[in-house]
Design a protein around this ligand. Structure first.
Ligand code: COA
Length: 165
């Protein structure tokens, strides 16, 4: 699905994050109980409305791959397509094969609308190591462990649209 027909509510803008956004980003991510690591503001895109940061999402860089992560819409703004808009924007911005991990079937359905498909941990590709970057599989290994030992309903997904073809 291409969500390019979606539009922002009036007064809202989608832009790259700046260093001034880093605490607002942390607040959004912590409030949604998402992974609090690797929150480099340089990797984030944000939606701002009347000078308030109301949504964020990032592309984490790994060896040969990127992860769409930290997608949060402030609760008062949910259900108005901001999450879809940001997801589509991050997909369009990605330059490497794109992956994500999410919790539960509702999110799996949400991301399926954007041509992400579930992929098992074993089938995740092991991309060649790039100096200075860790591998996506190493990061997902922790979640895989939680899935196996604690039955956390983590699902890994691979983008099968333009970027990976
Ligand atoms: C998931 C999230 C970003 C969606 O943002 P949004 O702006 O409400 O999304 P949109 O309006 O574009 O689309 C609505 C769809 O989002 C999904 N969604 C909405 N709330 C959700 C929730 N609490 N959990 C999972 N999926 C949700 C549903 O698929 C929904 O469609 P539906 O109403 O037909 O069920 C938002 O609910 C959020 O910030 N959740 C908390 C953080 C989170 O779980 N992020 C994903 C990390 S992988």
């Amino acid at each position: 699905m291409n969500q390019s027909n979606l539009s922002l509510p009036s007064g809202c803008i989608l832009r790259k994050a700046t260093s001034a956004d880093q605490w607002s980003i942390r607040l959004l991510v912590f409030s949604a109980k998402l992974d609090p690591t690797q929150l480099n503001w340089q990797q984030f895109w944000v939606i701002e409305c009347d000078e308030n940061l109301i949504a964020c999402g990032q592309l984490r860089n790994f060896s040969g791959a990127q992860e769409l992560g930290s997608l949060v819409v402030a609760s008062a703004w949910r259900g108005r397509s901001l999450g879809s808009l940001l997801t589509q924007h991050l997909i369009n911005t990605a330059t490497q094969p794109l992956y994500l991990e999410c919790l539960g079937q509702r999110l799996v359905q949400f991301y399926s609308c954007f041509d992400f498909v579930p992929i098992s941990f074993e089938d995740l590709p092991q991309f060649p190591k790039t100096i200075g970057l860790s591998t996506l599989k190493d990061k997902f290994r922790f979640s895989q462990l939680a899935k196996r030992l604690l039955k956390v309903p983590v699902v890994f997904m691979e983008y099968r649209g333009r970027t990976n073809s």
